[in-house]
Design a protein around this ligand. Structure first.
Ligand SMILES: [Zn+2]
Length: 255
């Protein structure tokens, strides 16, 4: 411990003043209001007479918020939570239980929910992905029909294309919404299938990644569109493959 002689202010109270001064300064960070660091993201603390700059607790929240914005799910997560998922009927209860079970151990498998339009598939997947983000996983939301068009249009600019595809291949959690949903029910094109396969196959080979799917089709339909894709999804999601057979009563949008 250093001793400072000839000063009337003991070292500890001087550093206390420094800390108080610093900690009162307003910062410029946005998104989270923090009374502790006044939105600077750091606080000055006193340790054995010295001042030490520490990261403020709010930084975790700021990072989570950034991740959420980047994921593309920021708007969906407000509405689509586990709490707001209705379980009035047995089949809904079953889906929710499966999803809750899945989030406790997502590393062992993928998650697939397919079938009936309007049965809350995006809702439950969003709730799952949000829970995984809360656990600190980076996630990305891919709305298949829009993103595949963007990817195809960037094929001529190899650098842009490669960068986008690389991200989709490597991001820890990828949620592909409405897989193979095309305009007016047309079959996906060869390039749709090829790009999708490239992404799914890389993730299939990298067991560290987590992939979720919602889809209006059932596994059997996927196998018919492309066996390599369908079989990989089925193999990886097996226990967490949920299929909702066509049944208009299960379309909650029609109620
Ligand atoms: Zn703070």
């Amino acid at each position: 411990m250093p001793k400072i002689n000839g000063t009337s202010t003991p070292p500890s109270s001087f550093s206390t003043m420094q800390c108080d001064y610093y900690n009162e300064l307003p910062g410029t960070l946005k998104g989270v209001e923090c009374s502790l660091c006044k939105n600077k993201g750091s606080i000055l603390v006193e340790v054995e007479g010295y001042t030490v700059l520490r990261m403020c607790e709010c930084q975790k929240q700021r990072r989570a918020l950034q991740a959420l914005t980047k994921s593309g799910l920021k708007e969906l997560v407000k509405e689509y939570t586990f709490d707001t998922y209705l379980t009035k009927e047995q089949w809904q209860y079953h889906i929710k239980q499966k999803a809750l079970e899945y989030v406790t151990n997502p590393h062992q498998s993928w998650f697939f929910i397919g079938g009936q339009v309007g049965s809350g598939k995006t809702h439950i997947c969003t709730a799952v992905v949000n829970r995984l983000m809360e656990k600190g996983f980076e996630a990305h939301y891919m709305l298949w029909r829009d993103d595949i068009v963007k990817l195809k249009s960037s094929v001529m600019e190899q650098e842009v294309y490669q960068k986008a595809v690389k991200y989709l291949k490597e991001v820890k959690v990828l949620y592909i919404d409405d897989l193979f949903k095309t305009e007016r029910g047309k079959s996906p094109t060869q390039s749709d299938i090829q790009i999708t396969f490239e992404i799914i196959n890389t993730r299939y080979n990298n067991k560290n990644t987590i992939t979720l799917f919602s889809c209006e089709k059932l596994i059997q339909d996927l196998l018919e569109i492309d066996e390599a894709i369908g079989s990989r999804i089925y193999q990886m999601a097996k226990h967490y493959t949920i299929e909702i057979r066509e049944d208009k009563r299960k379309n909650i949008r029609l109620r």
